[in-house]
Ligand binder design. Sequence first.
Ligand SMILES: Nc1ncnc2c1ncn2[C@@H]1O[C@H](COP(=O)(O)OP(=O)(O)OP(=O)(O)O)[C@@H](O)[C@H]1O
Length: 264
Amino acid sequence: MSNPPILEFENVGYRQQQTQILSDINWMLDDGEHWAVLGPNGSGKTTLLEVACGYLWPSSGRVLRLGEEMLDLRQLRRSIGWVTSELATKIPLEETALETVVTGRLSQWGLKFFLGDQPSEQDFADARALLSQLSCSHLVAKPFGVLSQGERQQVLIARARMAEPFLLVLDEPCAGMDPGVRERFLGWLNEVVSKTTGPTTILVTHHLEEIVPCISQTLMLAEGRIVASGRTHEVVTKTRIEEVYQTSLYKLENVAGRLWPLWK
Ligand SMILES: Nc1ncnc2c1ncn2[C@@H]1O[C@H](COP(=O)(O)OP(=O)(O)OP(=O)(O)O)[C@@H](O)[C@H]1O
């Protein structure tokens, strides 16, 4: 029997303080698919993901995760890895990459000053193995504070994977990266996402060219509604991008499987 979908949104709406933020969301993420979520500022991307991850409850419709309306939200949140650049600000700068990854298993920020559960030898061994699997063994002993932005994102992704999530959400992972760091990070991401038997990944971005080839599906939102969803190269078209972002494109160039916009 095939696995149930990772996520299913059935006619989901979300309302907050008299404002309808999401409407008529029908979206299914199958196991093994990787998705990009696009949409202008304020189109509802973060809200959609907060609903997906159980931080917000839909006002109408329902969300199934792994085929069920899981009600243990604490457990659900622990089994979804949400990586944002904001997360980096919570990591103690003197802790090593290895220690940072280990804290993902304990769902806590920082290791040294924490009085609760202490990580086991096995946790350290698993963190090491994960860093190696993600081609980051060279970062093990480096303090988080000295890592480049790209390396920090790599370590945070490894950290999220310590909890063995069924879904990994990368919310604008390239924000603030210079072009070199960004390209190296995206090359790494494409390889890691396509080669490892990792979780289904959702990438939220404002930059079309960051949708690396392994992220073959895209959902596009505008004003809280789905404008299009499906295969990236069918969803992300010149006309649709112009309509959704209300600006003109000279052309959309496909270079090595990535779509690069040339804005007018
Ligand atoms: N608590 C709230 N009360 C009222 N409106 C809200 C609330 N939270 C979010 N909104 C509104 O919902 C809309 C969608 O916000 P959301 O943060 O989901 O958009 P986004 O697509 O992630 O935007 P961005 O790309 O700027 O991060 C925005 O217009 C926002 O002002």
